[in-house]
Write a protein that binds this ligand. Structure first.
Ligand code: NAD
Length: 497
């Protein structure tokens, strides 16, 4: 394992941004939490506290919602033309690009991911903002033909109002921008509650939003725990919509709670995505992609390919290949440029992933490689391949959210049966198919119940491509036209002539 390095950038951040007294961003002002309480932020590569942020609560959320409501109803925001809103989104994209290295280091220190991956993430954010800026003013209503000729009718697309955005810790900045960006393009205002484990890039984002000159109250950022801060946002009667990314368990709670006010809800939840390798696949490509599709970001990826189904004719070769890659992955601090896999986000996550591996072993699984944490400071987990696993085991059924893949042979050539294996899950977020046969590829794409099916590669994040879940992986879509449409109400106007 690599030792953590301490280049200049780290020293600058340690004495600068990290040491700052971070504040909530409400109504265009940086303020302390009403309670004065704070949350300690831990560097997962060392286990050391590196910063603290306010622990916002219900009173802070209420202030933020009031500011967002005022900005939505009266401020300059509702009078602004779509072009002017788009200009602000472009400005924020430029600000993120200009600050990319800084943001990437902050993200890496907070979440543990390699700086290079976090840099890539800033590019995804800038792209997302520019893409959604293009939609501002372009989602319009229709003029339907009516059955009653003495009437004229049209539909209006109106911004839904105040959006409560709640985000997870696995790609913090990316998730936050993916919610703010379409909401603002639509003309909504936002209260963002970032994950308590990784709040730091949101603190920097608040500074950039302020610098860009967004009107006060249009974006408000309240750091805090799921309970009370997230909960208060979901329960708040003056929030029109909750846009949530996180675990399926929290998503279910949000649906129940939101029922009391019937606010709109969109959910991007967990996954247990199958990777299916047919015997004719290009294994030179499939093996490294299957490996990095579960070991990338230490497996803390909603679309991670965690169930590897390989045709029996090539099973041994694929498992050997993935195992070899696992044995050569450089694990270390995300700030070391040679690191390929950083730590898990927290001690709790390390314990959770270890618990799953133990349950896999207890239920008869075989650890081909990995199988435990890395000795020393920080929350490092070895990339792990489990074999001899079956559909009834917890490691195959539940989302582990760590670098753990279950490899299982397929001894069937019937595509319906292969699809049934892939679909034998409560989730339906992503799936991966490897074959050179174009007919098999398209048939499988139709048969698999998942929001995204990638053939001979991994879809990645495309601002223009809707992403979301079938079944218990979520409600609604993020990205693409459908993503921005989530932030509108449709009004029918009927005029009797
Ligand atoms: P989580 O559900 O524990 O937390 C997510 C967010 O919800 C955090 O901000 C948390 O503070 C907040 N929260 C927790 N309890 C709440 C409550 N009662 N009311 C309101 N908010 C509450 O999830 P996590 O562990 O942070 O994230 C990992 C999960 O996110 C995984 O399941 C992963 O698959 C999923 N995820 C999904 C996508 C997607 O696009 N589908 C993307 C990334 C992550």
């Amino acid at each position: 394992m690599n030792a953590p390095v301490a280049p200049n950038r780290l020293q600058i951040l340690t004495s600068g941004f990290l040491a700052q007294s971070h504040k909530l961003y409400i109504d265009g002002k940086f303020v302390d939490a009403v309670s004065g309480e704070t949350i300690e932020v831990v560097n997962p590569a060392t286990g050391q506290v590196i910063a603290s942020v306010p622990a916002g609560g219900a009173a802070d959320v209420d202030k933020a919602v009031k500011a967002a409501r005022k900005a939505f109803e009266t401020g300059p925001w509702p009078q602004m033309t779509p072009t002017d809103r788009a200009k602000l989104l472009w400005k924020l994209a430029e600000a993120i690009e200009a600050d990319a290295e800084n943001l990437a280091w902050i993200e890496s220190l907070d979440n543990g991911m390699p700086v290079g991956m976090a840099m890539w993430g800033t590019g995804v954010c800038a792209n997302n903002l520019r893409y959604n800026a293009g939609w501002a003013g372009k989602i319009t209503g229709e003029t339907p033909n009516l059955a009653t000729p003495d009437r004229h009718a049209y539909t209006l697309k109106e911004p839904i109002g105040v959006v409560g955005a709640i985000t997870p810790w696995n790609f913090p900045l990316g998730m936050e921008v993916a919610k703010i960006s379409p909401a603002l393009a639509a003309g909504c205002t936002v209260v963002l509650k970032p994950a308590e484990l990784t709040p730091l890039t949101a603190m920097r984002l608040a500074e950039l939003i302020e610098q860009c000159g967004f009107p006060a109250g249009v974006v408000n950022i309240v750091t805090g725990y799921g309970d009370p801060a997230g909960k208060a946002l979901v329960e708040h009667p003056d929030v029109d919509k909750i846009s949530f990314t996180g675990s399926t368990a929290t998503g279910k709670w949000i649906v129940q709670s939101a029922a009391k006010t019937l606010k709109r809800v969109s959910l991007e939840l967990g996954g247990k995505s199958p990777v299916i390798v047919f015997p004719d696949a290009d294994l030179e490509k499939a093996i490294p992609e299957a490996a990095m599709g579960i070991f990338g970001n230490s497996g803390q990826v909603c679309v991670a390919g965690s169930r590897l189904y390989v045709h029996k004719d090539v099973f041994d070769r694929v498992v050997e290949g993935v195992t070899e890659i696992a044995s050569n992955i450089t694990i270390g601090s995300g700030q070391d440029p040679t690191t390929q896999m950083g730590p898990l986000v927290s001690a709790g996550q390390l314990e959770r992933v270890t618990g799953y591996i133990n349950s896999g072993k207890e239920q008869g699984g075989e650890v081909v490689i990995g199988g435990g944490s890395v000795d020393g400071a920080g929350f490092f987990m070895k990339p792990t391949v489990l074999a001899q696993t079956s559909a009834d085991m917890r490691v195959v059924r539940e989302e582990i959210f760590g670098p753990v893949v279950c490899a299982m042979p397929i001894d069937n050539d019937d595509l319906d049966k292969v699809a049934a294996i892939a679909n034998d899950t409560t989730y339906g977020l992503a799936a991966y198919v490897w074959t050179r046969d174009i007919s098999i590829a398209h048939q499988m794409a139709k048969k698999i119940k998942a929001g995204t099916v990638s053939v001979n590669g991994r879809a990645g994040i495309e601002a223009s491509l809707p992403m979301g879940g079938y079944k218990q992986s979520g409600w609604g879509r993020e990205n693409g036209r459908e993503g921005v449409e989530e932030y509108f109400e449709t009004k029918s106007v009927v005029v009797t002539l």
